[in-house]
Write a protein that binds this ligand. Structure first.
Ligand code: PRP
Ligand code: GUN
Length: 180
């Protein structure tokens, strides 16, 4: 069994690349059917989603489509607002458009809920969400997810864009933390 040590933790192979690729191929096929005539704007949420976004977007066969890359920036607000995560880097006008948010993982659901809320203020036609991975047992928010690649258990994972303290994003397969 393939293993890797990152910082202080051991990880074992969990989802091989071939399975990831096949999952994304299926997602793209469904989206190609659903999003015809919609001129969708895909929004890749950096950092973790870059590999998923690249693998998916090259399989989107529509001509009228674009992709853009945004990030959630943490900064200290005033004492009352506390920690605020603001969506930055969105240069496109999304009013009246179909936006497809691309996430690598939905865990608690807090991030995607925040992103959906911020995008809806800009009056898009609709905000759809595509996530490669979902941890159903970790969800604490009732979020609407339109395309889910795979459901996984509530264990910490790395690889394929996902990091452990900055490292592991370059692993081609997905690994899960080993129980020791
Ligand atoms: O559902 P949640 O519990 O909110 O977790 C999901 C979020 O966590 C990860 O991002 P992270 O904050 O680790 O940033 P990164 O993508 O830059 O690694 C992932 O890319 C999602 O955006
Ligand atoms: N690397 C990593 N980031 C996450 N963000 C939310 N859940 C996870 C996870 O399991 N692994």
């Amino acid at each position: 069994m393939k293993q890797v040590k990152i910082h202080d933790k051991n990880f074992q192979l969990f989802i091989p690349y071939e399975k990831i690729r096949a999952t994304i191929e299926k997602m793209a096929e469904t989206m190609n059917n659903d999003l015809k005539e919609k001129n969708p704007l895909f929004l890749c949420i950096l950092n973790g989603s870059f590999m998923f976004a690249a693998e998916l977007f090259k399989r989107i066969s529509l001509i009228q489509t674009e992709i853009s890359f945004v990030k959630l920036a943490s900064y200290r607000g005033d004492k009352t607002s506390g920690q605020v995560k603001q969506l930055i880097g969105l240069n496109e006008v999304i009013e009246g458009r179909t936006v497809v948010v691309l996430e690598d993982i939905v865990d608690s659901g807090l991030t995607i809920e925040n992103i959906q809320g911020q995008l809806k203020l800009l009056n898009p036609r609709e905000v759809l969400v595509a996530t490669l991975l979902l941890k159903p047992d970790a969800l604490i928010r009732d979020v609407k997810l339109d395309y889910v690649g795979m459901e996984i258990p509530n264990d910490f994972i790395v690889g394929y864009g996902l990091d452990y303290d900055g490292l592991g994003r370059n692993l081609i397969d997905i690994y899960s933390v080993a129980n020791e």
